[in-house]
Design a protein around this ligand. Structure first.
Ligand code: FES
Ligand SMILES: [Fe+2]
Length: 408
């Protein structure tokens, strides 16, 4: 049986009320198929507009086998290219962030303009036609302050996502923020285990003493009912929508992304140890209300987010191997906020740094147990783990559709 058939079978046999079978978390061939059918075909969050403010600013990212560079061009547009030189293939931009007037390959110095055109190639013989060796483009777009790329030949239509996300995100002016701190950690776990862990708070009380000071563990927050029946949430939504902040739970038709603004626990406005703002200057000049709860976005397979009145914390997940996942976290503050004056870095970052480390540990232990031939998926808690089931429903349906469309 081919890997494709095996995978289709396991997806068809899947019980929607349990986690997945072992092979879907450990098998290198399954991982390859996920790269091909999900990671190389969907829109992926890679970074923020604010990291690419001026022409020549670039960021790089590695998605499976593909190194990609995203750059701000001379006209202020965003472009993404395969970060592989058209001469003999060397990676061109080798740092995670940088700035350059031209992209120069470090190997033999072939030189590309910011729009990808090859503009200099030393000592190539007479008939060499530079116009044939531009960098290969990758789809790239900005939505609400988030930069997305898509490696597919034909990218999925971005219009529905833009229409959904922009009303929630535009008031926060993320393009006028800056990254105050960034951390990257490696979780020794399959990317889906990292997502399942993110989509429930059943584990919070036992593992997250810092986060639990401010983050409500109520199942409604990670569930799929949205909280329409919860009076406290409904009152907050009414208040926030009256000041122009889109807040109600909304999930895309295919379940790939969701936005909602939820209150933190009573009296808290921010994920700090005391629940008070970490940054004196509001994140956005047009949102001055202190308590706007936290705007939550998830978008499978790359990102979950928390946008508060004073700062935002955004997460990017990338798969490294069947049992390794990279998680990059960025703390965004107003672009004019000054460290040591408007905020203290330790206070700003301590809760999520601790929480990430705790999640890293539980995901790693989860993987070690799942690696065991004795592992058998047990039932989810209907009360607390609806979000996991929703994630795996999306994953199974999505992968199934893609596999059915893919040539055998
Ligand atoms: S590989 Fe880039 S210049 Fe030779
Ligand atoms: Fe967690």
């Amino acid at each position: 049986m081919s890997t494709r058939e095996r995978l289709l079978n396991s997806l068809l046999r899947r019980k929607p009320t349990t986690a997945l079978g072992r092979e879907l978390y450990v098998d290198p061939q399954v991982f390859e198929l996920e790269l091909e059918q999900i990671w190389y075909k969907d829109w992926l969050f890679v970074g923020h507009d604010c990291e690419l403010k001026s022409p020549g600013n670039f960021l790089t990212v590695q998605v499976g086998a593909y190194p990609v560079v995203v750059v701000r061009d001379r006209d202020g547009g965003l472009r993404a290219f395969h970060n592989s030189c058209r001469h003999r293939g060397s990676r061109i931009c080798t740092t995670e962030h940088g700035s350059a007037a031209r992209l120069v390959c470090p190997y033999h110095q072939w030189t590309y303009a910011l729009d990808g055109r090859l503009i200099a190639a030393r000592d190539m013989s007479g008939g060499f036609d530079k116009t044939q060796y531009s960098l290969k483009p990758v789809h790239c777009a900005s939505v609400g302050g988030y930069v997305w790329i898509c490696l597919a030949q034909v990218a999925p239509d971005l219009a529905p996502m833009r229409e959904h996300l922009e009303p929630y995100f535009l008031p926060h002016h993320l393009n006028r923020t800056k990254v105050a701190f960034e951390s990257t950690i490696i979780e020794e776990a399959n990317w889906k285990l990292v997502w399942e862990n993110n989509r429930e708070c059943y584990h919070c009380a036992g593992n997250h003493p810092e986060l639990c000071r401010t983050f409500p563990e109520e199942p409604v927050i990670t569930g799929v009912s949205g909280g329409f029946a919860n009076e406290r949430i409904a009152n907050k939504w009414a208040r926030w929508e009256s000041i122009g902040l889109e807040s109600k739970y909304r999930i895309s038709a295919d379940g790939q992304y969701r936005t909602v603004r939820y209150p933190l626990i009573e009296g808290a406005t921010c994920y700090t140890m005391d629940g008070k703002a970490a940054v004196r200057r509001p994140l956005s000049d047009s949102v001055t209300e202190e308590d706007i709860g936290s705007l939550l976005l998830f978008h499978f397979p790359t990102t979950w987010n928390h946008i508060m009145a004073d700062h935002a914390t955004t997460f990017r997940l990338l798969p490294l191997s069947p049992t390794r996942t990279q998680l990059t976290t960025k703390w965004l503050v107003h672009e004019d906020a000054v460290e040591g004056v408007d905020y203290d870095l330790k206070r700003l970052t301590e809760v999520w740094r601790a929480t990430n480390d705790e999640d890293r540990r539980v995901c790693q232990e989860n993987q070690i147990g799942v690696n065991s031939p004795a592992y058998e998926p047990g039932p989810y808690s209907a009360m607390h783990e609806e979000g996991c089931m929703q994630f795996l429903d999306w994953y199974s349906r999505h992968l199934h559709q893609r596999l059915e469309m893919a040539p055998a």
